[in-house]
Design a protein around this ligand. Sequence first.
Ligand code: SAM
Length: 354
Amino acid sequence: MNDDFTLVDKAFEPLLKAAAGNVHVLLKLAEQSRHRGDLNRAIELAKQAKDTAPDNPEAVTTANEIISRAIPNWHVSLVKDHQRNDAFEAALIRNIKPGMRVLDVGAGTGLLAMMAARAGADKVFSCELNPAMAAVAADVVRANGFADKITIIAKNSKDIDANADMDGRADLVVAEILGSDLVCEQVLPAMRDVVSRLAKPGAQLIPQSGDIVVALAHWDDLNKQRMDNTAGFDLSPFNQLQRPSFKLHGANPTLHLRGTAANLFSFDFSDTQTPEERVTMDLVADGGQVNGVVQWIRLQMDEEGELENRPGREATSSWACLFHPLPEAVETVAGQAITIGASHNGNRLRIWAA
Ligand SMILES: C[S@@+](CC[C@H](N)C(=O)[O-])C[C@H]1O[C@@H](n2cnc3c(N)ncnc32)[C@H](O)[C@@H]1O
């Protein structure tokens, strides 16, 4: 695989030389680089195309489109999630002491790094695996006057060398690399590595721990997501291709909690061992029709602060709730238990009716 990559890379070099100054070729090569997964090069070539033809609106639009496809669109809702931002900032203010050096894992826009600097950190190292995002974070940090305090490192945390990149280990680590199921952004392997190589022993982690929480629920619109009869044809075999869970906003008025919340898995992010896990548990109903299990997350920010995206009419969180349908809806009475199974491998969470 590596040899193939090197070969393609070699074949690319003369094309790059020939492309200099030719906006169409630059854009074609940017597109091909993106297809090959070489985001750094795709972005660099798209930027070159823009510099080559700044007055060509088609070229600028195409270049912007190539660059923006490298960026997930949830960054906007994330930074507008004030409950999340406030919980992180409050924990940073409580824990940052003068002279501290902070590592921010997953810079994004640089928001948490700037909060850490504002809270009094001496120096903040903020790493970002997405090169386009890292470049934007550096622009944001500069524009806000924090360039002397914050260093954006355009790397995955696993590729950071504490001495070469950060002048030694960090006193405090803030890491918002948390998906709606907690694990899908690989927070567990990333934090294992950060704790063992990049943080001082006993360094405060924000958040320090997290729970994957579940409860029985009814989602009125579940059947709208399923294929059945259309124009007299039975399209239901398509349903076997559907994902096992659906992302819903916590305030979705068609989602109803139907039971007591329970912790499915709990993680202490300072643990250097997080084995794969599998559980079977009984979820207790409040009564009424149940057609699935809804899952959300709860974070312990530090000794004091908590942040949870429990579903409910008032929910505003940018983290979605995940609805896992049961094979059949069940009419429950209060106190009735429904058994579920679940597993995670540090990356994927699976929930099923046991
Ligand atoms: C959920 S966003 C949070 C961004 C920002 N910290 C905030 O709170 O607004 C996570 C960011 O971390 C980056 N990321 C995820 N895992 C990473 C890792 N192990 N090392 C560096 N960046 C990472 C992603 O590319 C993404 O931009």
